[in-house]
Design a protein around this ligand. Structure first.
Ligand code: C2E
Ligand code: MG
Ligand code: MG
Length: 254
Protein backbone atom coordinates (compact mmCIF):
# COMPACT_ATOMS: atom_id res chain seq x y z
CA UNK A 1 0.00 0.00 0.00
CA UNK A 2 2.78 2.43 0.97
CA UNK A 3 4.81 1.65 -2.15
CA UNK A 4 1.80 1.77 -4.43
CA UNK A 5 2.23 -1.84 -5.57
CA UNK A 6 -1.43 -2.84 -5.36
CA UNK A 7 -4.00 -2.49 -8.08
CA UNK A 8 -7.48 -3.73 -8.77
CA UNK A 9 -8.78 -5.76 -11.67
CA UNK A 10 -12.47 -5.99 -12.47
CA UNK A 11 -14.44 -9.02 -13.59
CA UNK A 12 -17.85 -8.46 -15.19
CA UNK A 13 -21.00 -10.15 -13.96
CA UNK A 14 -23.49 -10.50 -16.81
CA UNK A 15 -27.20 -11.16 -17.13
CA UNK A 16 -27.74 -14.81 -18.06
CA UNK A 17 -30.42 -13.77 -20.55
CA UNK A 18 -28.72 -11.16 -22.67
CA UNK A 19 -25.07 -11.14 -21.55
CA UNK A 20 -25.31 -7.46 -20.59
CA UNK A 21 -22.91 -6.37 -17.86
CA UNK A 22 -24.79 -5.65 -14.63
CA UNK A 23 -21.85 -5.42 -12.23
CA UNK A 24 -18.08 -5.68 -12.01
CA UNK A 25 -16.29 -7.42 -9.14
CA UNK A 26 -13.16 -5.70 -7.83
CA UNK A 27 -10.30 -8.17 -7.23
CA UNK A 28 -7.05 -7.07 -5.63
CA UNK A 29 -3.64 -7.72 -7.25
CA UNK A 30 -0.17 -7.26 -5.75
CA UNK A 31 2.68 -6.92 -8.21
CA UNK A 32 5.81 -7.21 -6.05
CA UNK A 33 9.03 -5.87 -7.65
CA UNK A 34 11.04 -8.93 -6.50
CA UNK A 35 8.51 -11.71 -5.91
CA UNK A 36 6.27 -10.94 -8.86
CA UNK A 37 2.50 -11.38 -8.79
CA UNK A 38 1.21 -12.39 -5.36
CA UNK A 39 -2.22 -14.04 -5.49
CA UNK A 40 -5.08 -12.83 -3.27
CA UNK A 41 -5.23 -16.35 -1.80
CA UNK A 42 -1.79 -15.65 -0.26
CA UNK A 43 -2.19 -11.95 0.35
CA UNK A 44 -5.64 -11.80 1.98
CA UNK A 45 -5.04 -14.35 4.80
CA UNK A 46 -1.81 -12.54 5.76
CA UNK A 47 -3.55 -9.17 5.65
CA UNK A 48 -6.31 -10.62 7.86
CA UNK A 49 -3.91 -12.12 10.41
CA UNK A 50 -1.82 -8.95 10.65
CA UNK A 51 -4.79 -6.61 10.85
CA UNK A 52 -3.67 -4.86 7.65
CA UNK A 53 -6.91 -5.96 6.00
CA UNK A 54 -8.52 -2.82 7.47
CA UNK A 55 -6.22 -0.48 5.50
CA UNK A 56 -6.26 -2.74 2.46
CA UNK A 57 -10.05 -3.01 2.48
CA UNK A 58 -10.41 0.76 2.79
CA UNK A 59 -8.10 1.23 -0.21
CA UNK A 60 -10.03 -1.39 -2.23
CA UNK A 61 -13.37 0.29 -1.53
CA UNK A 62 -11.98 3.75 -2.34
CA UNK A 63 -10.33 2.58 -5.57
CA UNK A 64 -13.38 0.62 -6.72
CA UNK A 65 -15.70 3.59 -6.05
CA UNK A 66 -13.40 5.91 -8.01
CA UNK A 67 -13.29 3.46 -10.89
CA UNK A 68 -17.08 3.22 -10.92
CA UNK A 69 -17.32 7.01 -11.13
CA UNK A 70 -14.76 7.08 -13.94
CA UNK A 71 -16.91 4.70 -16.02
CA UNK A 72 -19.98 6.86 -15.71
CA UNK A 73 -20.98 9.04 -18.56
CA UNK A 74 -21.81 6.45 -21.17
CA UNK A 75 -25.50 5.70 -21.68
CA UNK A 76 -26.78 2.71 -19.73
CA UNK A 77 -24.00 2.77 -17.13
CA UNK A 78 -25.83 4.73 -14.45
CA UNK A 79 -27.00 1.61 -12.69
CA UNK A 80 -23.85 -0.49 -13.07
CA UNK A 81 -22.87 -1.94 -9.67
CA UNK A 82 -19.42 -2.58 -8.28
CA UNK A 83 -18.95 -5.70 -6.15
CA UNK A 84 -16.38 -5.54 -3.35
CA UNK A 85 -15.22 -8.49 -1.24
CA UNK A 86 -15.13 -7.86 2.50
CA UNK A 87 -13.47 -10.06 5.11
CA UNK A 88 -15.08 -10.72 8.51
CA UNK A 89 -12.13 -8.98 10.19
CA UNK A 90 -12.92 -5.79 8.27
CA UNK A 91 -16.51 -5.86 9.44
CA UNK A 92 -15.55 -6.38 13.08
CA UNK A 93 -13.23 -3.35 13.01
CA UNK A 94 -15.17 -0.63 14.80
CA UNK A 95 -14.26 2.01 12.22
CA UNK A 96 -15.81 0.05 9.35
CA UNK A 97 -19.17 1.81 9.06
CA UNK A 98 -17.60 5.26 9.50
CA UNK A 99 -14.98 4.57 6.80
CA UNK A 100 -17.65 3.11 4.57
CA UNK A 101 -19.94 6.15 4.82
CA UNK A 102 -17.04 8.57 4.29
CA UNK A 103 -15.70 6.76 1.20
CA UNK A 104 -19.14 6.62 -0.39
CA UNK A 105 -19.93 10.25 0.26
CA UNK A 106 -16.46 11.43 -0.87
CA UNK A 107 -16.67 9.44 -4.09
CA UNK A 108 -20.32 10.33 -4.69
CA UNK A 109 -21.32 6.70 -5.18
CA UNK A 110 -24.88 5.78 -4.15
CA UNK A 111 -25.03 2.85 -1.68
CA UNK A 112 -27.32 0.99 -4.10
CA UNK A 113 -24.46 0.81 -6.61
CA UNK A 114 -22.45 -1.29 -4.22
CA UNK A 115 -22.65 -5.06 -3.80
CA UNK A 116 -20.80 -6.24 -0.70
CA UNK A 117 -19.60 -9.84 -0.96
CA UNK A 118 -19.29 -11.66 2.34
CA UNK A 119 -18.55 -15.32 2.99
CA UNK A 120 -20.33 -17.73 5.30
CA UNK A 121 -17.86 -17.24 8.13
CA UNK A 122 -19.46 -13.85 8.94
CA UNK A 123 -22.28 -15.78 10.59
CA UNK A 124 -19.82 -17.21 13.11
CA UNK A 125 -19.33 -13.63 14.30
CA UNK A 126 -22.81 -13.72 15.78
CA UNK A 127 -25.92 -11.59 15.88
CA UNK A 128 -24.01 -8.30 16.05
CA UNK A 129 -22.66 -8.98 12.59
CA UNK A 130 -26.06 -9.84 11.17
CA UNK A 131 -27.32 -6.57 12.66
CA UNK A 132 -24.45 -4.62 11.08
CA UNK A 133 -25.15 -6.17 7.67
CA UNK A 134 -28.86 -5.41 8.02
CA UNK A 135 -27.98 -1.84 8.91
CA UNK A 136 -25.82 -1.45 5.78
CA UNK A 137 -28.55 -3.01 3.70
CA UNK A 138 -31.14 -0.59 5.05
CA UNK A 139 -29.02 2.21 3.52
CA UNK A 140 -29.50 0.57 0.13
CA UNK A 141 -26.28 -1.44 -0.10
CA UNK A 142 -26.77 -4.84 -1.72
CA UNK A 143 -25.43 -7.92 0.00
CA UNK A 144 -24.08 -11.09 -1.64
CA UNK A 145 -23.10 -14.39 -0.04
CA UNK A 146 -19.90 -15.44 -1.85
CA UNK A 147 -18.57 -18.98 -2.42
CA UNK A 148 -21.88 -20.64 -1.47
CA UNK A 149 -21.42 -24.42 -1.38
CA UNK A 150 -17.81 -24.25 -0.29
CA UNK A 151 -16.73 -24.79 3.32
CA UNK A 152 -19.30 -24.95 6.09
CA UNK A 153 -22.36 -24.12 4.01
CA UNK A 154 -25.54 -24.21 6.04
CA UNK A 155 -29.09 -23.36 5.05
CA UNK A 156 -29.18 -21.28 8.20
CA UNK A 157 -27.21 -18.59 6.35
CA UNK A 158 -29.97 -18.25 3.80
CA UNK A 159 -32.44 -17.82 6.62
CA UNK A 160 -30.45 -15.48 8.87
CA UNK A 161 -28.53 -13.21 6.53
CA UNK A 162 -30.25 -10.26 4.81
CA UNK A 163 -29.20 -11.35 1.29
CA UNK A 164 -29.90 -9.96 -2.16
CA UNK A 165 -27.60 -12.26 -4.10
CA UNK A 166 -26.18 -15.76 -3.70
CA UNK A 167 -22.96 -16.64 -5.53
CA UNK A 168 -22.70 -20.36 -6.21
CA UNK A 169 -19.10 -21.44 -5.78
CA UNK A 170 -17.07 -22.48 -8.80
CA UNK A 171 -16.53 -25.91 -7.21
CA UNK A 172 -20.22 -26.73 -7.88
CA UNK A 173 -20.46 -24.97 -11.21
CA UNK A 174 -17.37 -26.90 -12.36
CA UNK A 175 -19.05 -30.28 -12.64
CA UNK A 176 -22.64 -29.45 -13.61
CA UNK A 177 -22.02 -30.60 -17.17
CA UNK A 178 -20.40 -33.88 -16.03
CA UNK A 179 -22.12 -34.90 -12.80
CA UNK A 180 -25.92 -35.31 -12.53
CA UNK A 181 -25.54 -34.96 -8.75
CA UNK A 182 -23.86 -31.56 -8.99
CA UNK A 183 -26.36 -30.52 -11.64
CA UNK A 184 -29.26 -31.44 -9.31
CA UNK A 185 -27.67 -29.62 -6.37
CA UNK A 186 -27.10 -26.41 -8.33
CA UNK A 187 -30.64 -26.56 -9.74
CA UNK A 188 -32.07 -26.93 -6.23
CA UNK A 189 -29.92 -24.06 -4.89
CA UNK A 190 -31.16 -21.74 -7.66
CA UNK A 191 -34.80 -22.70 -7.02
CA UNK A 192 -34.43 -22.29 -3.26
CA UNK A 193 -32.77 -18.87 -3.61
CA UNK A 194 -35.53 -17.72 -5.98
CA UNK A 195 -38.22 -18.88 -3.53
CA UNK A 196 -36.52 -16.68 -0.92
CA UNK A 197 -36.40 -13.71 -3.29
CA UNK A 198 -32.61 -13.97 -3.66
CA UNK A 199 -30.95 -13.68 -7.07
CA UNK A 200 -28.18 -16.04 -8.12
CA UNK A 201 -24.75 -15.53 -9.68
CA UNK A 202 -22.96 -18.66 -10.92
CA UNK A 203 -19.19 -18.21 -10.47
CA UNK A 204 -16.38 -19.65 -12.55
CA UNK A 205 -18.30 -20.43 -15.75
CA UNK A 206 -15.72 -21.75 -18.21
CA UNK A 207 -17.63 -23.84 -20.78
CA UNK A 208 -20.59 -23.44 -23.13
CA UNK A 209 -22.26 -26.57 -21.69
CA UNK A 210 -22.25 -25.04 -18.22
CA UNK A 211 -23.74 -21.83 -19.62
CA UNK A 212 -26.55 -23.72 -21.33
CA UNK A 213 -27.41 -25.73 -18.19
CA UNK A 214 -27.30 -22.66 -15.93
CA UNK A 215 -29.62 -20.77 -18.28
CA UNK A 216 -31.97 -23.77 -18.20
CA UNK A 217 -32.16 -23.39 -14.40
CA UNK A 218 -33.02 -19.68 -14.75
CA UNK A 219 -29.78 -18.64 -13.05
CA UNK A 220 -29.92 -14.83 -13.04
CA UNK A 221 -26.28 -13.83 -13.56
CA UNK A 222 -23.06 -15.41 -14.77
CA UNK A 223 -19.40 -14.74 -14.08
CA UNK A 224 -16.41 -16.63 -15.40
CA UNK A 225 -13.55 -16.83 -17.87
CA UNK A 226 -15.91 -17.97 -20.63
CA UNK A 227 -17.69 -14.64 -20.46
CA UNK A 228 -14.99 -12.20 -19.33
CA UNK A 229 -11.67 -12.49 -17.55
CA UNK A 230 -10.78 -9.88 -14.91
CA UNK A 231 -9.56 -6.68 -16.61
CA UNK A 232 -7.64 -3.54 -15.67
CA UNK A 233 -9.53 -0.26 -15.24
CA UNK A 234 -8.78 1.12 -18.70
CA UNK A 235 -9.59 -2.14 -20.46
CA UNK A 236 -12.83 -2.30 -18.48
CA UNK A 237 -13.70 1.24 -19.60
CA UNK A 238 -13.23 0.14 -23.20
CA UNK A 239 -15.40 -2.95 -22.70
CA UNK A 240 -18.13 -0.81 -21.12
CA UNK A 241 -17.98 1.53 -24.08
CA UNK A 242 -17.13 4.50 -21.87
CA UNK A 243 -14.70 5.88 -24.41
CA UNK A 244 -17.31 5.49 -27.13
CA UNK A 245 -20.49 7.17 -25.89
CA UNK A 246 -23.67 6.10 -27.60
CA UNK A 247 -23.13 2.39 -27.26
CA UNK A 248 -25.37 1.11 -24.44
CA UNK A 249 -23.60 -1.90 -23.01
CA UNK A 250 -24.70 -2.27 -19.41
CA UNK A 251 -27.86 -2.44 -17.32
CA UNK A 252 -28.33 -2.52 -13.52
CA UNK A 253 -28.30 -5.45 -11.12
CA UNK A 254 -31.61 -4.47 -9.51
P1 C2E B 1 -13.89 -14.63 -5.09
O1 C2E B 1 -14.43 -13.36 -4.51
O2 C2E B 1 -14.78 -15.82 -5.06
O3 C2E B 1 -13.45 -14.25 -6.57
C1 C2E B 1 -13.50 -15.16 -7.65
C2 C2E B 1 -12.14 -15.70 -7.98
O4 C2E B 1 -12.25 -16.63 -9.06
C3 C2E B 1 -11.16 -14.63 -8.50
O5 C2E B 1 -9.85 -15.08 -8.12
C4 C2E B 1 -11.34 -14.73 -10.02
O6 C2E B 1 -10.23 -14.24 -10.73
C5 C2E B 1 -11.49 -16.22 -10.18
N1 C2E B 1 -12.28 -16.61 -11.37
C6 C2E B 1 -13.30 -15.96 -11.94
N2 C2E B 1 -13.81 -16.64 -13.00
C7 C2E B 1 -13.07 -17.77 -13.09
C8 C2E B 1 -13.11 -18.90 -13.99
O7 C2E B 1 -13.91 -19.00 -14.91
N3 C2E B 1 -12.19 -19.89 -13.76
C9 C2E B 1 -11.27 -19.82 -12.75
N4 C2E B 1 -10.41 -20.82 -12.62
N5 C2E B 1 -11.23 -18.78 -11.88
C10 C2E B 1 -12.12 -17.77 -12.05
P2 C2E B 1 -8.81 -14.12 -7.41
O8 C2E B 1 -8.83 -12.76 -8.02
O9 C2E B 1 -7.52 -14.87 -7.34
O10 C2E B 1 -9.39 -13.96 -5.94
C11 C2E B 1 -9.46 -15.04 -5.04
C12 C2E B 1 -10.21 -14.67 -3.80
O11 C2E B 1 -9.49 -13.69 -3.03
C13 C2E B 1 -11.56 -14.03 -4.08
O12 C2E B 1 -12.51 -15.04 -4.35
C14 C2E B 1 -11.82 -13.30 -2.76
O13 C2E B 1 -12.33 -14.18 -1.79
C15 C2E B 1 -10.42 -12.88 -2.36
N6 C2E B 1 -10.22 -11.45 -2.72
C16 C2E B 1 -9.84 -10.90 -3.90
N7 C2E B 1 -9.80 -9.55 -3.82
C17 C2E B 1 -10.18 -9.23 -2.54
C18 C2E B 1 -10.33 -8.00 -1.82
O14 C2E B 1 -10.16 -6.89 -2.32
N8 C2E B 1 -10.72 -8.09 -0.49
C19 C2E B 1 -10.95 -9.30 0.12
N9 C2E B 1 -11.33 -9.29 1.40
N10 C2E B 1 -10.82 -10.47 -0.54
C20 C2E B 1 -10.44 -10.45 -1.84
MG1 MG C 1 -16.15 -12.46 -4.54
MG1 MG D 1 -16.44 -16.60 -4.92
Amino acid sequence: LQNDQLHLVYQPVVSAYNQQIVAVEALVRWQHPVHGAIAPSSLIPIAEDSGMIVDLGRWVLQTACRALRSWEGAPGLNSLAVAVNVSPSQLTHRGFVGDFDRILSESGVQPSRLLLEVTENVVALGDDMIELLSDLRSRGVRLALDDFGQGQTSLRYLRDLPLDVLKIDKAFVDAIDASPTDEAIVHAIVDLAHKLGIRVIAEGVEREDQLRILRGFSTDFLQGYLIHRPKGEAEMAELLGVSRPGRPTAVGVG
